[in-house]
Design a protein around this ligand. Structure first.
Ligand code: HEM
Length: 229
């Protein structure tokens, strides 16, 4: 995919969507590093990245709240593109073809495929769970007033939800690198016509149809012109 094909290509993610996504991504990585530092003694050394153990404990929940707010904005904006449709069922049934790169056999999909949609829904489930359980565990503001049973539940659920979210992120990053051109879509915003047609044909058709309608409505209407004196 040449650079000029992309520059003159189709807008997949606008400026704010990309900025929002990358801030969420950076926060998530920082939360993973600081969270792992508390979770397992072997990772304790990671606290050095945040200026020591005490600073790590203080900063972790603030990053969590900040990321949750930005994630909520992102989730609302991405919602419509991640609703499951009939073709997603067929795509999921053909997961072997997906994993063996037999793209030509796959059904046409919209802006996101079923795998991307699943990632979206897993994040949508885990981020609020992490936020709520994290708030329960927040010292010195909340945790000191919580009963021990609530702290035990919160710490267990927080750890499991984090585990699921981290595994999902690893899969998300792997698939973004695997499907060539995806990372550029999230860094530069645009994709080539060939990329869009190949990976997301229904979305491509939609974009092209809208462009045609826009062009037609921008064209001067001959009947209206005739009516003019
Ligand atoms: C360093 C970490 C990350 C990398 C490298 C990354 C990369 C990407 C890329 C390249 C895309 C565009 C895929 C396409 O249009 O085909 C994307 C989309 C997306 N990302 Fe990320 N991302 C990261 C972290 C995150 C995190 C932490 C979240 C949410 C908590 C997230 C949620 C999403 C969602 C919902 C989409 C749109 C649908 C999709 O393609 O799955 N990403 N990401």
């Amino acid at each position: 995919m040449s650079h000029s094909n992309v520059r003159h290509g189709i807008l997949r993610y606008g400026w704010w969507t990309r900025t929002n996504h990358w801030i969420v991504a950076i926060c998530f990585v920082l939360l993973t590093l600081s969270g792992l530092a508390f979770f397992y003694p072997a990772f304790f050394g990671l606290t050095a990245l945040f200026g020591g153990p005490e600073q790590t404990r203080i900063v972790h929940p603030y990053i969590g709240v900040f990321m949750s707010v930005l994630f909520a904005i992102q989730a609302v904006r991405f919602f419509g593109d991640n609703l499951f449709r009939r073709h997603d069922v067929q795509w999921t049934r053909q997961i072997r073809d997906v994993l063996t790169n037999r793209d030509e056999r796959l059904p046409a999909v919209g802006k996101n495929n079923a795998g991307q949609k699943l990632v979206y829904w897993i994040f949508l489930a885990t981020v609020p769970i992490l936020l709520v359980t994290g708030i329960v565990l927040w010292r010195p503001w909340i945790a000191n007033d919580m009963p021990v049973w609530a702290l035990r539940w919160a710490v267990t659920i927080h750890a499991y939800a984090a585990f699921i979210a981290i595994i999902t992120l690893v899969i998300h990053i792997y698939s973004a690198i695997w499907v060539k051109g995806s990372v550029r879509a999230m860094t530069q915003g645009r994709v080539s016509h060939a990329w869009a047609k190949h990976h997301h044909p229904l979305w491509y058709e939609d974009v092209m149809r809208n462009r045609k309608t826009d062009a037609e409505s921008a064209r001067p209407n001959s009947e209206t012109q005739q009516e003019r004196p």
